[in-house]
Design a protein around this ligand. Structure first.
Ligand SMILES: [Zn+2]
Length: 338
């Protein structure tokens, strides 16, 4: 049983014969091996490949080839852990990292209407892996010659995956969402209410304002195209009415009308701004986060932010973990939190 956060690490499989160990080669490891020069080092005394006469000892990581079958039990704070993690990440073939991008390419013939969420996830995974790879070579600079071709393939896979995202996202839709986000809340809603809102059971003005605000937030997050985000507004009506049906359809109609008028307004703004000036934006690329226990992925970027970065990317400084974009002003403002 492992205690104190100890880990079982298959060092032989990770490092192989080809990985330069640099200054970590002199790190002492608990090993089992037969007493001869360059004997294979084992981490597990029960390993079947252990030769007769093997003894335990503490030897440098580079003292001999590492057994590819057994694992070493290492304390969580052992310095070789981070290095092993870095190398393991770079060992994953780029084609596997960009998995899905190929399938996406096969599926799509420029279908912007296809669901972009999966393509975004594939791209963000590959991008995260590349960012981690560059961070690893910065932390362990002697890895550069070994890591170079891998990073080249990896960034190629990222670009391929980004291409699949770009084909699925309409930049005008991103701009329309930014225009929605910049709209002030509608005023004079009470005056536009029908006479019979008494049957709604909720304050009509509040209901419309709340529905509109939820729609605006859903657009800004990029949950769906702005027209489809009306679902978030309708949800407010369903929540307010509960099981009551009387007046509900009328309330839904009012919400739909209000939002349709706002969509028209946002699209007019977007049309004007589409050909307008652009702004250069430089920002750090956040990594995709993975919950250690469940393995569930969480993207700190909203779907809208991810879409904007994919569509408006101008260049990437992988070593700095930064992306440069050229985006319409309204898009840049929302991206920068303005
Ligand atoms: Zn072994």
């Amino acid at each position: 049983m492992l205690t104190g956060g100890a880990r079982r690490v298959r060092l032989g499989q990770i490092f192989g014969d080809d990985v330069p160990l640099g200054s970590l080669g002199s790190l002492l490891l608990d090993c089992h091996s037969v007493p001869e020069a360059r004997a294979v080092l084992h981490g597990d005394r029960a390993c079947r490949r252990l030769g007769l006469g093997a003894r335990p000892g503490r030897v440098g990581l580079a003292a001999g080839p590492l057994c590819g079958s057994c694992a070493w039990t290492l304390p969580a704070d052992h310095p070789v852990n981070d290095f092993a993690l870095a190398v393991a990440g770079l060992r994953t073939p780029a084609v596997e990292v960009g998995e899905g991008a190929q399938a996406d390419l096969a599926l799509t013939s420029g279908a912007a209407s296809a669901q972009p969420a999966r393509a975004v996830r594939v791209w963000r995974r590959a991008q995260t892996r590349a960012l981690q790879g560059f961070a690893a070579t910065a932390a362990f600079p002697w890895l550069k010659p070994w890591a170079g071709p891998r990073l080249f393939a990896l960034t190629g896979a990222v670009e391929q995956a980004r291409g699949a995202v770009v084909r699925r996202i309409d930049p005008r839709e991103l701009l329309a969402a930014a225009c929605v986000a910049a709209m002030p809340a509608p005023v004079g809603l009470r005056d536009a209410l029908p006479a019979c809102t008494g049957s709604w059971g909720a304050d009509g003005e509040w209901l419309l304002a709340e529905a509109w605000t939820r729609w605006q937030s859903a657009c800004a997050e990029g949950e769906a195209p702005v027209a489809d985000c009306v679902r978030a507004a309708s949800a407010v009506v369903y929540e307010a009415f509960g099981r009551r049906r009387k007046g509900r359809d009328e309330a839904l109609d009012n919400v739909q009308r209000l939002i349709t008028s706002s969509i028209d307004q946002a699209r007019r703004h977007a049309e004007k701004k589409h050909a307008g000036p652009v702004r250069l934006v430089q920002m750090a690329l956040p990594l995709l986060e993975t919950e250690p226990l469940t393995g569930r992925e969480h993207d700190p970027l909203t779907p809208w932010q991810a879409g904007v970065i994919a569509v408006h990317q101008f260049g990437v400084d992988w070593s700095a973990g930064q992306v440069t974009l050229t985006a319409p002003l309204a898009v840049a403002d929302l991206l920068l939190g303005g």
